[in-house]
Design a protein around this ligand. Structure first.
Ligand SMILES: Cc1ncc(COP(=O)(O)O)c(C=O)c1O
Length: 461
């Protein structure tokens, strides 16, 4: 019986993982679940013992022995503002991903804003964006003063649907801003072809995609510029931080100058000591952030390999469960970052158990998870707010700022559906052992086999 007071934490403390049940659903491929260990059939949310009581790997990961030396040196050295360590971090990141230049900035949001502004994208311009992303992608376009134009999501890959980009291009379109969302590469080869055909800039939002690859080329290096985030949840965490990468030397010089209150740098010519020569702001990271980055960068490649192996295994274990549809990759993808492991949950295959209750039951089994992005990023109030600012009113016609019409023009029905079906598992879970992935599959099967009972109990309580 479902007893709310009997919390998961108490279960984890009190129950050992016993009771091997035979819970294979009749219509399920046993091959896909061959390595799965089954536990008590009663789901944890109905009072059974959870599939998993072991903790998952924590994030961020920090090894005092290995990682603290460099940071302490910086802290004790007394040079804390941007200097040699930041430059070293930039050189290493550029070399790691294969670009000529890298500039570290305070976060991914400002990496995007700086890139847009330094390509002179702003008032009156349109930028093609996906709706399945973190809000910063769109806010960056608005802050630059440009108009986001949404292109629907390919629900199988979670990425911008390249097939639908051309129909959204107008004479005002200046750039495409694809996002490699969840650490899975967007369809860059097609996007680059479209950009070339229409003479558009491409700024890649790779803020969730460190070391992901298409045909062994790292994402963030396909377009005119690539932007990364190094915020704490990210795979190269600096607390807060970001980077712009590009092979375009003049652009990178402008970005440097912009991030340093407009002081001359490289091709941005001026007399040293004569003051600022261009419009700029201040986006510099500290030496100790860079020291953290240099230490943790040493782990990134190996961790990325582990995430790829675990994700492939987990996918193989759950892909044949009716109602569970894992992410799909484009054919040319050679590596992912897996910021999330995502699948679509089809409620009809789970006896009508709503996703929200599936997630509750999943968590009770000891599997942390979430539903991901909310629908309607393409029609949320922040857009209307931007349209009411003086700058937007001075730039765009009334017709363009009519929010009802904008919302109609920017409908993304596939994305709305995806947002209501997605289930995300966190990246650090993919750093656990392969056998830990079996717990995830087992929990899904158990919930599926008890979907009726769970549905009824949660409905009645
Ligand atoms: C897709 C995407 N773009 C941009 C950003 C912004 O990065 P930051 O949080 O470092 O500003 C994030 C951060 O979560 C992101 O996931």
């Amino acid at each position: 019986m479902f007893n709310k007071k009997y919390s998961r934490r108490r279960f984890i403390k009190q129950s050992s993982m016993t009771g091997i049940g035979s819970v294979l659903a009749a219509n399920m491929s046993s091959a896909s679940l061959a390595n799965t260990t089954f536990h008590s059939e009663v789901p944890a949310i109905l009072g059974g013992s959870p599939v998993r009581s072991k903790e998952w790997p924590v994030w961020p990961q920090w090894d005092p022995e290995k990682d603290e030396k460099r940071v302490l040196e910086v802290l004790r050295g007394g040079v804390w503002s941007r200097d040699k360590v930041v430059s070293e971090f930039e050189e290493k990141w550029a070399k790691t991903i294969g670009t000529k230049r890298c500039l570290a900035v305070v976060n991914g949001t400002n990496a995007l804003i700086s890139s847009l502004v330094q390509f002179d994208i702003g008032a009156g311009d349109e930028v093609i964006v996906p709706p399945y992303t973190w809000i910063s992608t769109i806010q960056a376009v608005l802050i630059a003063g440009a108009m986001p134009v949404f292109v629907d999501t390919d629900p199988e890959t979670y990425q911008i649907d390249a097939e639908k980009i051309e129909e959204k291009i107008t004479p005002r379109t200046r750039a495409i801003l694809p996002v490699h969302i969840l650490g899975l590469p967007a369809d860059m080869e097609r996007i680059m072809k479209i950009a070339k055909k229409h003479n558009l800039l491409v700024i890649e939002d790779a803020c969730q995609a460190w070391l992901a690859e298409i045909n062994h080329k790292i994402v963030g290096t396909f377009g005119n510029a690539g932007c990364y985030s190094f915020q704490t949840t990210k795979h190269l965490p600096l607390g807060e931080g970001g980077a712009i990468v590009s092979d375009d030397e003049a652009f990178m010089d402008r970005c440097y100058s912009y991030h340093n209150v407009g002081f001359p740098y490289g091709g941005v010519i001026g007399d040293v000591g004569a003051g600022s020569v261009m419009l700029g702001t201040k986006l510099r990271i500290t030496e100790y952030q860079a020291a953290v980055g240099l230490s943790l960068l040493e782990n990134l490649d190996e961790q990325t390999t582990i995430r790829n192996e675990r994700a492939a295994y987990l996918k193989s274990q759950i892909k044949d469960i009716p109602g569970i549809v894992p992410y799909k990759l484009y054919d040319n993808v050679t590596r992912c970052a897996f910021h999330m492991f995502a699948f679509r949950y089809k409620q009809d295959e789970f006896k009508g158990l709503p996703r929200e209750n599936f997630l509750k039951a999943f968590r009770e089994e000891g599997i942390p998870c979430m539903s991901g992005y909310a629908p309607f990023l393409n029609t949320q109030p922040y857009l209307e707010h931007a349209f009411q600012t003086k700058n937007f009113k001075a730039t765009y016609s009334k017709e363009m700022l009519d929010f009802k019409k904008y919302s109609e023009r920017n409908q993304c029905p596939e994305n709305d559906l995806l947002c209501n079906e997605a289930v995300w598992l966190f990246q650090s879970m993919l750093l656990a052992d392969q056998k830990d992935m079996d717990d995830i599959a087992t929990a899904i099967v158990r919930i599926k086999n008890n979907a009726d009972k769970i549905n009824k109990t949660l409905r009645d309580t």
